[in-house]
Write a protein of this length. Structure first.
Length: 587
């Protein structure tokens, strides 16, 4: 994998007889100055697998060995390990090693295939996607040796109807009830009821049938989310599941000191013959928490002692280490490099900054080049102009606010806009977390927006609590960084959770608190289009429509360069932009 250059990815997405493709590009360049290197090409794909693809065991990783302890360095603890509540890349990556679900993704080189995980295949439908049937595989067991049954999958879905837990994926809840306020239809099992058979049917211990309110061709992809992780009702400790979920995957939690360490040991009751994706090469994963990014890179580049068999889960290098990676050939061989599904942005709190002209002025004044330098320049990713990532089907750039602007914005023009709106001196609270990158990135943002006539204030939030704070309706923040990666490569998993008015909720993912009924209506219309290619075109038209309101400031299409120690084998990126834990081994 080259360390510089533009990459091209083609994502093939198929539901039934439909297929579509999209391309993605990211710039390279290792110099600390903010320039861009040019292309070499590479191709990847996502396809719907067959029952044969879903059969275990997983193909052996070349050169893999069994045994040893793999160290994983992390900035923070894990706020959610309950699989149904984990919705951030690092949380989802760890959760998938502990908790299986109905479907999952198999990565083989540049090809990614959706396959059955607990299920024998990716699901069957006979009515155009309104009813989905799954059959569980043989010999599925939890960490205590008890069998996994279909009723446990049903209960796992039911418990995620709890309104207080809507920080996780909500696709299936909404599709079952036909409502974004799914908790009003069914408040969850903690209220003493269960979903009726006309919603989820379990005719026998190995069969589960979902009856949706309307056809959903994307259901097999949604079934790969933690919503479908099995949970025996007798083992549901509710909030405590967030720190120690009941394992169904190859590893189980033996020690968890929140914010300090997490130790995963082998689950002896996991059957590799039932799993086409995961391995159990290392004896133990030992997660260290509270390790700043700079310290992680120092330790991993030095690779002393146990750090030689350690890696960062998803910490990207800052500017100094990005330069070191670019100039050190030996280190370059210990770094993953690829574009992920994340389009990073700075959200504007639309409930607090209500004037669209003020939001436009914020975007025009925003110093994207200086901000990007704080995280490594072009190695962090290309400047973005859209909500969509280039990995989204149908991605196509359009004329934007940034056309013709200097890379660091135009503060004079922004100030003229504020003057015309009578808003010079508009207060803006910039919220950042405590990481070095966000601290350094805040400096030019505070400076340049201040020069444009904004009254800037800075508020720090702990890294662990960052998303919870910006997700609150009454957050004190006006401007804050956010990243979003599509759950699967269509616009349905971007605009619906992130810019639908009906998702303006406490702990929801519409961090910008953006409300536009016309956009909501367009989302509903586009979701009914059954031709994937035609739908993809309409999503990009909606992208442009949303950006006319400037609810957010597009920043970069994120690139992922993650460092690992010289004794680590099998390190590669997963679809979430983190290191895939399924194939890790000690050399």
């Amino acid at each position: 994998m080259t360390s510089t250059g533009k990459r091209r990815f083609v994502a093939l997405f198929a539901v039934g007889a439909l297929a579509a493709s999209a391309s993605a590009c990211s710039s390279g360049g290792g110099d600390k100055k903010d320039d861009t290197a040019k292309p070499s090409a590479k191709t990847a794909s996502v396809v719907i697998g067959t029952a044969a693809d879903s059969k275990g065991p997983a193909a052996e990783v070349p050169g893999a060995k069994k045994g040893g302890v793999a160290g994983v360095l992390n900035r923070t603890g894990f706020s959610h390990l309950d699989p149904g509540r984990a919705y951030v890349s690092n949380l989802m990556t760890v959760s998938e090693l502990i908790s299986r679900r109905l479907t999952t993704y198999k990565r083989e080189g540049d090809k990614t295939t959706l396959v059955g995980d607990l299920a024998t295949d990716t699901g069957t439908t006979t009515d155009g996607g309104k009813t989905w049937k799954y059959t569980l595989k043989d010999n599925l067991k939890y960490e205590d040796g008890t069998p996994i049954v279909a009723a446990d999958v049903k209960y796992g879905v039911e418990r995620m109807f709890n309104k207080a837990w809507n920080e996780g994926p909500v696709w299936i809840q909404g599709w079952l009830t036909g409502s974004d306020k799914y908790w009003e239809t069914y408040p969850g099992p903690f209220e003493g009821a269960e979903l009726p058979n006309d919603k989820i049917e379990v005719p026998d211990p190995k069969t589960i049938i979902f009856h949706l309110a309307s056809p959903q061709g994307d259901f097999p992809f949604a079934a790969a989310m933690g919503t479908t992780a099995p949970m025996p009702k007798s083992k549901d400790t509710k909030e405590q599941i967030d720190t120690k979920p009941f394992a169904s995957g190859p590893y189980k939690i033996t020690t968890h000191e929140p914010d300090k360490q997490l130790i995963l040991d082998k689950n002896p009751n996991w059957d590799p013959a039932s799993d086409s994706v995961r391995h159990q090469y290392v004896d133990q994963f030992k997660f260290e928490m509270g390790i700043p990014g700079a310290t992680q890179f120092q330790r991993l580049t030095a690779a002393a002692g146990s750090d030689a068999a350690a890696f960062t889960l998803n910490e990207r290098p800052d500017a100094n280490f990005a330069q070191q990676i670019a100039t050190d050939p030996a280190l370059k061989n210990r770094v993953t490099d690829g574009i992920g599904p994340y389009a990073n942005r700075f959200d504007i709190n639309n409930l607090r900054i209500t004037d669209v002209n003020v939001r436009k002025a914020m975007a025009i004044a925003f110093p994207r080049q200086s901000a990007r330098l704080a995280e490594g320049g072009p190695t962090a990713g290309d400047f973005s102009t859209t909500i969509a990532s280039p990995t989204q089907l149908g991605y196509a750039p359009y004329k934007s606010l940034f056309d013709g602007l200097p890379p660091d914005g135009d503060q004079a023009k922004a100030k003229q806009m504020l003057e015309a709106a009578g808003k010079v001196g508009q207060k803006v609270v910039l919220c950042i977390n405590t990481t070095k990158v966000q601290q350094e990135r805040a400096l030019p943002i505070m400076d340049m927006l201040g020069k444009a006539g904004f009254q800037m204030e800075r508020k720090e939030i702990s890294d662990k609590e960052y998303y919870d704070v910006i997700g609150k309706l009454d957050t004190p923040c006006d401007l804050y960084w956010a990243g979003w990666g599509a759950d699967w490569p269509t616009g349905s998993t971007v605009y619906t959770p992130v810019y639908d008015s009906r998702q303006v909720l406490d702990n929801g993912q519409n961090y910008a608190k953006y409300k536009n009924p016309a956009v909501d209506a367009e989302i509903d219309r586009i979701l009914k289009i059954t031709d994937t290619n035609a739908q993809a075109v309409e999503w990009m038209k909606l992208d442009e429509k949303i950006m006319q309101d400037v609810p957010s400031i597009p920043y970069i299409y994120q690139r992922h360069r993650l460092v690992y120690g010289p004794q680590i084998g099998g390190a590669a990126l997963n679809s979430k932009g983190a290191i895939d834990l399924n194939n890790i081994f000690i050399k």
